[in-house]
Design a protein around this ligand. Structure first.
Ligand code: XIL
Length: 394
């Protein structure tokens, strides 16, 4: 019942604030009209709009401070998180404050990728990744490690490298063992292999497939498990969220790993979607359910909902509905343990550089004001915490 109590207090405080602000709003308008009808009206309206704006921000801040997303998520037993950039984390107080207030899990957006962490054969650079992991520890947040084996963001010594098969195997083993061991006990889940499957279900032609063969997948998971037996190990991809050729192929792939005794714990559904295209919630639920039948967890790992600019209220409302539907799916299946977005503020999002004409994909705007999508997630978590309390009989 703790949440009910908090919620009552919250409503009472909000009503009190609203009353007080309403009185001062009326006073502002009266003073305005005494100074002359035209000027007064103009002045009164100005004060009113300023105060309404002021009031909105105060209410927003109160709500967020009292019950941020992570408190609701903790109460509901789910992880809610975001990808994080090391630079604003170091340099921008509001970025760091919002991050630790709202989320209980984070992912490094680029800091753990091969090109960042292992730029030359005998050089590992851990600074960015270390900063993110330490920040998470200090703020009691879990970390998703992203990513050990991928075809993108490779340093040139890999993408242009020429080695024997045995050397490629040693390179990949060294990379995985070094990175996973460094953060042993500190990473909740690793995206061991990222985006290995094409849309038609075939294996993607990557440096790893070409030089090692399809067994690179088995090897990667085994080496990661040896280096940190407690980290959960995930296969992560986009476009296989609903039911289609790609998600069928991912299903077969992870099923094959399990059959061969390869240590894998889950599938990451990236979920980079748009207002025009997002997978049907029903299909996502069915996909999650069939993975659950294999004994696998799922994480939503990189959710963002891009929209074609300019932003309108209608588009933000439609975006909020998509965020909400996807969270509801995750809350309604037993094996969806994390709901992670690819960033939280439109100030730092990959969308505008990768999708021309699109933007505003995240739940805070570029000034860190919560958008309708934030409140949709907030309400959804609040309701689901109530439901859980009720069904727990408390
Ligand atoms: C993106 C980053 O956000 C960008 O900063 C970078 O330039 C390119 O990669 N799928 C993934 C992520 O698995 O690692 C990608 O991140 C987005 C698509």
């Amino acid at each position: 019942m703790i949440i009910h109590g908090k919620n009552l207090n919250r409503s009472a405080s909000l009503i009190a604030i609203k009353g007080e602000r309403f009185l001062s709003l009326k006073k502002g308008l009266l003073v305005g009209s005494l100074s002359g009808l035209v000027v007064g009206l103009f002045f009164g309206c100005f004060i009113a709009s300023q105060r309404i704006h002021d009031l909105q921000s105060q209410v927003e801040n109160m709500e967020r401070n009292m019950l941020p997303l992570r408190s609701l998520a903790d109460a509901r037993g789910i992880l809610v998180g975001t990808a994080v950039s090391a630079t604003p984390l170091r340099n921008e107080a509001l970025y760091a404050e919002t991050l630790s207030r709202e989320f209980n899990i984070l992912t490094a957006d680029n800091a753990m990728k091969f090109e960042s962490i292992h730029p030359a054969q005998n050089l590992y650079l851990f600074e960015g990744a270390d900063a993110i992991v330490s920040y998470a520890e200090a703020n009691n947040m879990k970390v998703r490690g992203h990513t050990l084996v991928w075809h993108n963001q490779l340093p040139s010594w890999i993408s242009m490298g020429s080695f024997s098969r045995e050397e490629w195997i040693n390179i990949l083993r060294d990379h995985i063992t070094t990175v996973v061991s460094r953060y042993q006990g500190k990473i909740y889940a690793w995206d061991v292999v990222n985006e290995a499957v094409n849309d038609d279900g075939s294996l993607r032609d990557t440096v790893w497939l070409r030089n090692i063969g399809p067994e690179y997948l088995d090897l990667a998971f085994r080496w990661a498990h040896e280096a940190d037996p407690n980290a959960l190990l995930f296969y992560n991809d986009y476009g296989g969220e609903g039911l289609n050729q790609k998600s069928n192929a991912i299903y077969d792939l992870v099923n094959g790993l399990l059959d061969r005794g390869v240590p894998i714990n889950g599938v990451g559904l990236q979920m980079h979607v748009s207002l025009e295209y997002s997978p049907s919630p029903q299909e996502v639920a069915e996909n999650m359910a069939r993975l659950s039948n294999l004994g696998l967890d799922v994480h939503i790992t990189e959710l963002d909902v891009r929209l074609e600019l300019p932003v309108t209220e209608e588009k933000l409302a439609a975006q909020a509905r998509i965020y909400q539907e996807l969270l509801e799916v995750c809350l309604n299946v037993d094996n969806c343990k994390a709901f992670v977005m690819w960033g939280f503020t439109d100030r730092y999002s990959w969308i505008s550089s990768f999708f021309r004409g699109y933007g505003s994909a995240l739940i805070f705007d570029s000034s860190y004001h919560a958008k309708p999508a934030y409140y949709a997630l907030w309400r959804c978590l609040l309701n689901s915490s109530f439901d859980q309390e009720t069904s727990d009989g408390s």
